[in-house]
Structure formats: C-alpha cells, structure tokens
Design a protein around this ligand. Structure first.
Ligand SMILES: *[C@@H]1O[C@H](CO)[C@@H](O)[C@H](O)[C@H]1NC(C)=O
Ligand SMILES: *[C@@H]1O[C@H](CO)[C@@H](O)[C@H](O)[C@H]1NC(C)=O
Ligand SMILES: *[C@@H]1O[C@H](CO)[C@@H](O)[C@H](O)[C@H]1NC(C)=O
Ligand SMILES: *[C@@H]1O[C@H](CO)[C@@H](O)[C@H](O)[C@H]1NC(C)=O
Length: 418
C-alpha cells in the first residue's frame, strides 16, 4: 500500500518528461497493409446490452459472434478514434482502421509554406497539439499563450499557417481540449473531458495530407478529405487564392494516382463545391456539401436550400445528426430535412456519432449532436436506436464517428458497405 503512490508518482514524472521532450516519429507506410483482423473491442457489445428489449436489440444481439469486416458505411472522423486517441494523429487513424472504418478522413489546412496538413481547423493547434508548450513555436503563433489572470481565461491562437510543414510535423497531436484556468503553457494542454482518456496521449503523430494519402492507400481504404475553410484572409501571402487551395487539394490526389471514385471530398464552403463541379467534375461526383445552414438561418432555410443544391448538380449532402432526426411520440423519427433530401434524390451522409460522451449526461445537459432528440435519449443503448433510424429510415450512405467500432458493428450486422 505504502509504495503504490510512490510508484505512481515516479511513472507520472516519467510520462511528463517524455511529453515535454517529444521526438518526432517517422510516419512510414512501410509496414502497413490492409487489415484483415478487424477488432471492435467491447463497446458495441456494451451498447447492445444496454438497449431496451425489442426487434432491433434482438437483431443486433444476433451478430455478436460475426467476424467483422471493414465497411465504407463506417467513416473515420478526426482519424476515427478521437474518443480515446489524439485527433487526426496517425495513431487515431490506425485505431479507426482497426475498428473497421472503410473511409479515413483528413481535414485539410495549409501551412505557411503552402503544404497541406491534417487538422480539424486551420487555427486549432493550441487545443489539438502541444504547440504552446514549445517556446520557439509558441512565439510564432498568431496569438501566443497568455495565462489566466484577473478573471480572464487563459488563451492562445495558433494556426497551421503560422508554421512550416517541418515545424508542424515536429508537434505532438492531442485531443481537442484546453484548460481555461491555466497559469502555464503545460497546464493549458489539460482539460480533456473525463470520458475521453489520456492513456494514448503520448505525442500523437501529426500528418501531412500526402502522408495521410500514402497511409490510407497502403491500408487499402477510401479517402474523405475536407477542405477546411481558411481562418486567415485569402489570398494568403499575396497570391494563394481559395481556388488555388481547392485545386492543390485535388492535385495532391491526382499526383498520388488515386482514382476519383475512391475519394469523397467535403467542404462547408458552398463555393468550393461549385468550384469542383466546374473544374474537377470527376472528383465533384462524390463531393459532399457539409451543411450548416440551419445553424445560421434556421431549419426551414436549410430544407428550402436543398432544391438549389440538386439543381447545381450536387449529389451528396452531409448535415450533422440533429438535422436528420426529430422526436415524435417519444420516438426518434426522420426530420423534414431528411424527407426532402431523399425526395430530391440527394445522397446523405452525417456526422458525428460518438462525439458526445455518456448519453445520460446528454439527456440531462444537452449536446449539439443530440439537440433535436435530447428528450428521448436517456441511456447509451439509445445510440443504436439513432443509428438504426439514420440507416434504415433516413437511408444515410455512411456515418462519421469518433469511435468507428460502433458504426462498423451496425454495418456488419445489417450488411452495409461491406
Ligand atoms: C443502460 O444504462 C443505464 C445507465 O446509463 C442503466 O440505468 C440501465 O439500467 C441500462 N439498461 C440496460 C438494459 O442495461
Ligand atoms: C489547470 O490549470 C491550473 C492552473 O495552472 C492547474 O492548477 C490545474 O491543475 C489545471 N487543470 C488541469 C485539468 O490540467
Ligand atoms: C505567387 O507569388 C510567388 C512569390 O511572389 C511566386 O514565386 C509564385 O510563382 C506565385 N504563384 C502563382 C501561382 O502565381
Ligand atoms: C441557404 O439559405 C440562406 C438563407 O435563406 C442563404 O442566405 C444561403 O445563401 C443559402 N446557402 C446556400 C449554400 O445556398
């Protein structure tokens, strides 16, 4: 008993030491090949056990001993495993792939030397990497770290465009979090939600788009890159226009010899979709418009806009979960948006499952992704009720998730995207 805390203290010190002096890891694809042993871990089985009795639980229970396969219905978000792994890291991607994701995501932003890298937002390096804790690089941030003081929260703003590719690659990837009361840069890296974990937070490997493509190809999987909307005025550095950025993004796939049929490009910026429709029709065939219109203008506007997308030649819309479902008589049912998109013959993908933590908390406190069904979800098993409505009633073609095993299990059980 006496020795336990001492041992823990020693090993914690060792971990901090490692975290403080990260050694960039090579991100070679030499040893990667398609994964045949798909491992879902206990979570899907736990979720099924927690469902209320009925035909869906019975069906999902009947798949317990299936040998699982990768499914293109199961799309890795932020790597595919950021429920537990540093986001957009190589490690998150490998975990997402091991859990059967058929499509891997790289959200794309540009560096100061105009290279493309994977990050959830151009200016989130202060919350998704250790940058503020590396003095030489923190100094280059748009806004270097400032400690909490006089009731003001700690702050920083660090963008991929503040750094060269080489500098970006020297950073450690971590889960999206910050500690608003931080007095030191090291403390600012904290604040990870308790239902995530620091277990794998041991300097996740940051990736360029080229590395992400090489990795995904070696794994034999498909690609879903998102062109992140710039957070700096465009054109950047004189002549780097939005169109050049959108073109470079496509060119990176062409140069790697990836056929457009294996690539699902995404953007929230409708002009990017229009640009691809005009200049890169082969890639535009599978382009997803990430719809956030209801957040800005209300759901009626979002529904009304669908007609325009169809007329413009858009084939895939990808709204967040709450646009597609609503609650009626205590049940989850398809929304007007879902019905209209289907009626128009638009293909639908959605995001992001498994980003919200325990459902009891979601029910009590609310959460963006369950915003339209908060009252009717009360326990973790309800996650599969939602997945089932989306898959079989809304008819989504795939789902982004932060823990791909959950979607992979459903997809295998119902024979989707295999
Ligand atoms: C599901 O989990 C909740 C806690 O979130 C628990 O109260 C409930 O009893 C569980 N239900 C089943 C069927 O396991
Ligand atoms: C947040 O920062 C404060 C002040 O530096 C520190 O005392 C606290 O332990 C930190 N919390 C976490 C969760 O890192
Ligand atoms: C952009 O400007 C840089 C430096 O002024 C120049 O070297 C480069 O060729 C220009 N690129 C394009 C596409 O115009
Ligand atoms: C959707 O609708 C809003 C409000 O009606 C409009 O301002 C916006 O431009 C539309 N968005 C797109 C992408 O067409």
């Amino acid at each position: 008993m006496l020795f336990t805390p001492l041992v823990a203290a020693v090993s914690l010190a060792a971990i901090s030491h490692v975290a403080a002096k990260p050694t960039p890891k090579p991100s070679s694809t030499d040893n990667l090949k398609p994964m045949t042993q798909i491992e879902l871990g206990p979570r899907p089985y736990y979720l099924v056990d927690n469902m209320s009795d009925g035909p869906l639980k019975a069906k999902l229970s009947s798949c317990r001993e299936l040998k699982m396969r990768p499914s293109s219905f199961s799309i890795a978000h932020r790597g595919g495993a950021p429920l537990q792994f540093p986001e957009h890291s190589r490690e998150s991607n490998l975990a997402g792939a091991r859990m059967g994701a058929g499509i891997l995501e790289c959200d794309v932003a540009f560096t100061r030397d105009l290279e493309l890298v994977c990050r959830h937002s151009q200016c989130d390096l202060h919350t998704t990497t250790n940058v503020v804790d590396v003095p030489r690089l923190n100094a280059k941030c748009t806004q270097p770290f400032a400690p909490a003081s006089d009731g003001q929260p700690a702050s920083a703003k660090c963008c991929t465009s503040d750094f060269t590719l080489q500098e970006f690659k020297s950073l450690c990837s971590k889960m999206d979090s910050f500690n608003a009361s931080a007095a030191t840069p090291g403390d600012y890296l904290g604040g990870i939600l308790p239902w995530r974990t620091d277990l794998y937070n041991t300097c996740g490997t940051t990736m360029s788009l080229k590395e992400h493509i090489a990795m995904t190809r070696a794994l034999g999987l498909q690609f879903t890159p998102e062109l992140k909307t710039p957070q700096v005025p465009m054109p950047f550095r004189g002549n780097y226009t939005q169109q050049r950025y959108a073109q470079q993004f496509i060119d990176t796939f062409k140069e790697a010899g990836i056929p457009p049929s294996r690539v699902y490009v995404q953007s929230f910026l409708y002009d990017d979709i229009l640009y691809w429709l005009q200049h890169e029709p082969a890639f535009a065939r599978q382009a997803m418009f990430l719809d956030s219109v209801a957040d800005l203008f209300g759901m009626d506007a979002a529904v009304a806009n669908l007609t325009q997308y169809k007329e413009d030649g858009v084939r895939y819309v990808a709204p967040p979960l709450p646009y597609l479902v609503t609650a009626r008589d205590g049940k989850i049912v398809p929304s007007e948006y879902a019905k209209r998109a289907k009626q128009l013959g638009l293909k639908i993908l959605t995001w992001s499952l498994e980003r919200s933590g325990p459902i009891a908390e979601v029910h009590a406190l609310g959460d963006y992704f369950y915003g339209s069904i908060q009252d009717v979800v009360t326990r973790d098993g309800d996650i599969y009720t939602l997945v089932d409505v989306l898959a079989r009633q809304v008819g989504v073609a795939g789902m982004f998730s932060d823990w791909t095993a959950t979607v992979t299990y459903y997809a295998n059980c119902f024979g989707l995207g295999l």
